[in-house]
Design a protein around this ligand. Structure first.
Ligand code: SF4
Ligand code: SF4
Length: 136
């Protein structure tokens, strides 16, 4: 029977470290204005996996939030309060249209999403991929 949580998050951390290294070479730029974390205003749905949400919730408590508002509850004063734990979808999103395409390729068609899925498969964890506000 499949489990719900990983016993060890080191494989998730390794994936994030690899991605951050790759993105640092592309250097898409972000002034951390927090606009894209207001999902409705930005017209954006942040998808993620259950294992990434579990990793966040093992490290921080989600603030009370109204899912209908569709603003990331981890955004405070337009700053991400969980930067070290944020999910793949946050790490690869850049509003710059040029880099948006590149980072989408890196994320969707390249290895990182599949790596995360493989962590779930290998560790016999259930895999769900859905809007973050539904998984919280
Ligand atoms: S990606 Fe763009 S909208 Fe989002 S925080 Fe960075 S600069 Fe702001
Ligand atoms: S986790 Fe951080 S970067 Fe991701 S949507 Fe929330 S506030 Fe923005």
């Amino acid at each position: 029977m499949k489990k719900n949580v990983l016993e060890n998050n080191s494989e998730i951390i390794e994936i994030y470290d690899k991605l951050d290294l790759e993105l640092s070479k592309i250097n898409p730029g972000c002034n951390a204005c927090g606009r894209c974390c207001h999902f409705n205003t930005y017209g954006h749905v942040l998808y993620t996996s259950n294992i990434e949400v579990n990793y966040i919730l093992e490290n921080v408590t989600a603030p009370p939030h109204d899912p209908n508002q569709n603003i990331c509850p981890f955004l405070k004063d337009n700053v991400c309060t969980i930067r070290d734990f944020r999910m793949l979808g946050c790490r690869v999103f850049y509003c710059n249209p040029h880099y948006r395409i590149i980072t989408k390729e890196v994320y969707i068609h390249s290895k990182y999403y599949n790596m995360m899925k493989e962590v779930a498969r290998k560790n016999q964890i259930e895999w769900h991929y859905a809007p973050m506000m539904k998984l919280l």
